[in-house]
Write a protein that binds this ligand. Structure first.
Ligand code: ZN
Length: 380
């Protein structure tokens, strides 16, 4: 007997069906849009009562997912057998065309356990953040700065509150505006862990690690979410309560430091696999801000290195939102155009980076290298 459930943290799957045949089984599933227009994130549990040789996992409707028009074999889900550590599934990708032009993709889960958790990428939520805090020796201070639309606490971490007037350089970091984009969180995790080991005190860093906490807890992908994407809701008039909470926190941070940089961690289309890159919007951006951002891009890109970075480092895009009235902006545009502080959006792939299957330690290594670049950058 095989059972599929989404009643696990960050659970997301739908259109599930199961075929059993001898000592093998096939589990068909799709990613649920969960009230949003886009879907990508999936996370679910397969329980079996008997020992199976393998389970074939078939992802339905990939053509309806936000893949970034890239090579679908770059998707490499993660699995956790019987409560062990998460790891990447073996590279057993197959592509199946259906008669009407639709297609499915599949992987083989060899020697499954009795409980098999499957997800698009390594999950990251409150337990992972708590584990980071427990090893931070008090370096990161945790505060609840407000609540989400659905009344969940919004956590902000700070290495230093400083006091008004000291004017150390300051960096403000946010992740998970799109709640399913866990690769960004793992890079941020590595960044924050490395700052603990350095015991960095000459820069004030405030971090919102789980900004779209409602979407995270509910297993939503969270991109273009109805009625407003968190990352299209910044500005002089906020469109979501989370933005109000965080903008007021940014104002407190600005009073306490000399603001030098905002960082916003994301993950790109699900099948993008050519490395980490900066999603850069340069239309009518003040030249002074743009030049400072180029310096940061080059510094971070050089430190992170070719194995993890997209060749060319960045992809250009037009800013979204109403730049005239400063409404409906992205986080980086809010920094650039309203606050006049350089800011970068960093996209971290879900599965593969330049032919390398990314493990948690890779994400943390990227974060460590970004931390090193930041420390170098504030000294320049
Ligand atoms: Zn995103």
């Amino acid at each position: 007997m095989i059972k599929v459930s989404t009643s696990i943290p960050y659970g997301n799957a739908c259109d599930v069906s199961i075929e059993e045949c001898g000592n093998t089984a096939t589990v068909y599933f799709a990613a649920s849009p969960s009230d949003g227009p886009q879907c990508l994130w999936f996370c679910f549990r397969i329980e079996t009562t008997r020992i199976l040789k393998h389970i074939k996992l078939v992802l339905k409707h990939p053509y309806n997912m936000l893949m970034g028009s890239c090579e679908l074999s770059n998707i490499l889900p993660v699995i956790r057998k019987d409560g062990e550590q998460w790891h990447r599934i073996e590279k057993t990708y197959q592509f199946h065309t259906l008669p009407d032009g639709r297609y499915q993709i599949s992987w083989i889960l060899n020697n499954p356990g009795k409980i098999n958790d499957i997800a698009l990428c390594y999950p990251y939520g409150l337990p992972e953040l708590e584990s980071l805090l427990q090893t931070s020796k008090g370096y990161w201070k945790k505060d609840i700065i407000g609540v989400s639309t659905e009344n969940r606490p919004i956590i902000r971490l700070a290495n230093d509150y400083s006091s008004a007037g000291t004017k150390k350089p300051g960096i403000y970091i946010i992740a998970r505006q799109h709640s399913g984009e866990t690769p960004g969180s793992w890079v941020l995790d590595g960044l924050m862990r490395h700052l603990v080991t350095l015991e960095t005190k000459d820069v004030i860093i405030w971090v919102i690690p789980l900004s779209n906490i409602d979407g995270i807890e509910k297993g939503r992908y969270g991109k273009d979410y109805f009625p407003f994407d968190l990352n299209r809701s910044w500005g002089k008039k906020v469109l979501r309560h989370e933005n109000l909470v965080i903008q007021r926190d940014i104002a407190r941070w600005m009073e306490r430091c000399n603001p030098v940089l905002g960082l916003d961690f994301h993950a790109p289309g699900g099948a993008e696999g050519k490395g980490v890159y900066f999603f850069f919007m340069d239309k009518e951006k003040p030249v002074k801000i743009k030049n400072k951002e180029f310096l940061w891009i080059n510094l971070i890109g050089k430190e992170v290195g070719n194995e993890y970075m997209l060749s060319g480092l960045k992809r250009n895009s037009k800013p979204e939102g109403d730049l005239k009235n400063m409404v409906g902006l992205m986080f980086t545009c809010y920094f650039d155009y309203v606050l006049k502080i350089p800011a970068l959006c960093i996209e971290v792939p879900y599965g593969i980076s330049n032919d390398k299957a990314l493990e948690i330690k890779d994400y943390q290594e990227i974060g460590k290298r970004i931390a090193i670049a930041i420390i170098k950058g504030i000294k320049v």
